[in-house]
Design a protein. Structure first.
Length: 361
């Protein structure tokens, strides 16, 4: 089984409040896991229970086939990187990285070699004698990262380490963290509320809401096949329509929509979700040839938002709104602009169907 980490029936209560509610997860050695969810969903509480900074109310944290609930943080040999870099301001970069090694009473020569290796890893060898105040936020976070990695922890835990940085540095550091994880083959657990961050670096994503796991899976599966409307709404953008389904047709009260996803009940309340990139937009006239004419409706482009490679359209359709994302080149070719009357088409296969009230925000 290797040095796997298991959470069994893990629960944390603060008086009447249940912050983490009976969750189970097996994290394989060398795996990169992201806990993703809105503020207050319990993701940092789980991280703190894994590190030992928070006591477990119920259930077990098991590492390397051993229950570690009562093990103090120091004995767990896990590394942690916080949102605030927590570097010692009176120590140089070199001294900050060496600090944990000195605490472990490593020989001086071994410490010097390890610090050199860590500085090479993040390309900051020339900055070794600088103090944290002389570094940018991104450089400070890289130092915090290798300071946690220097003692060679069994597992590295990252608590929203990039949220205080600006967008471009976040992107660069995201790639850096992924590279380090692959190079060192280190088990990493990353907590974030940034869906793009989670999808871009994790091997598996754990989507959380209200102290529970809503879905666990590969980033592509979480995005393409969300198991509930909360996940469809929280991860990426979705258009939602509520109605009643009978024999593959959903009546929203304003229109009828053909869907492909099978349902057990002949007549049931459902919530439909469709991603903006699956909403096709055509300039009026003539009507475009489509596979399912029932799903072709007219609308008006109310808002155009340029997003670089894609253009986002907010389209008004007889009292309802729908978002469509189309690539910029196609937007130009179709000569679309604000105020245009258009046709909107949603393929039956593109709809996800959930029981109504299935956890949507």
């Amino acid at each position: 089984m290797g040095r796997d980490l298991k959470l069994e029936n893990l629960t944390k209560r603060y008086g009447e409040l249940t912050a983490v509610d009976h969750v189970d997860l097996e994290i394989r050695e060398g795996e990169f896991i992201c806990f993703l969810g809105p503020s207050g969903c319990g993701k940092t509480t789980i991280l703190r229970m894994i590190t030992g900074f928070e006591t477990v109310t119920e259930g077990k944290v098991i590492f390397n086939n051993r229950v570690i609930n009562d093990l103090i943080p120091k004995k767990r040999e896990f590394g942690i990187v916080f949102q605030s870099y927590a570097l010692f301001p009176n120590m140089t970069v070199e001294e900050n990285i060496a600090f944990g090694l000195k605490m472990r009473k490593m020989p001086k020569k071994a410490i010097a070699e390890r610090v050199d290796a860590m500085l090479d890893l993040i390309g900051l060898s020339n900055w070794r004698s600088l103090y944290p105040a002389q570094l940018s936020g991104g450089q400070q976070q890289r130092v915090a990262l290798v300071r946690a990695l220097a003692p060679d922890p069994q597992v590295l835990l990252l608590d929203e380490p990039l949220s205080a940085l600006d967008a471009k540095i976040r992107l660069r550091l995201r790639a850096e963290i992924k590279r380090l994880q692959q190079e060192l083959k280190k088990t990493m657990i990353h907590v974030t509320h940034d869906q793009e961050e989670a999808l871009s670096i994790a091997d598996r994503v754990v989507v959380m809401e209200g102290g529970q796991f809503r879905q666990v899976g590969r980033p592509i599966d979480i995005y393409k096949n969300p198991t509930c409307s909360f996940v469809a709404d929280f991860v990426g953008t979705s258009n939602f329509f509520d109605g009643r389904r009978t024999n593959g047709v959903v009546d929203t009260g304003r229109r009828k929509i053909k869907v492909m996803q099978n349902g057990a009940a002949a007549d049931e309340a459902v919530s439909l979700a469709i991603r903006p990139e699956n909403v096709e937009v055509f300039k009026k006239e003539p009507p475009p040839p489509v596979a399912e004419p029932m799903n072709l409706v007219t609308g008006r482009i109310d808002v155009v938002v340029f997003q670089g490679a894609a253009v986002r359209l907010l389209i008004h359709m007889d009292g309802e709104e729908i978002i469509s994302d189309i690539i910029e080149k196609e937007f130009e070719q179709r000569d679309l602009k604000q105020g245009d009357q258009v046709y909107v088409y949603c393929s039956p296969e593109a709809f996800l169907v959930f029981p109504e009230g299935g956890g949507r925000r």
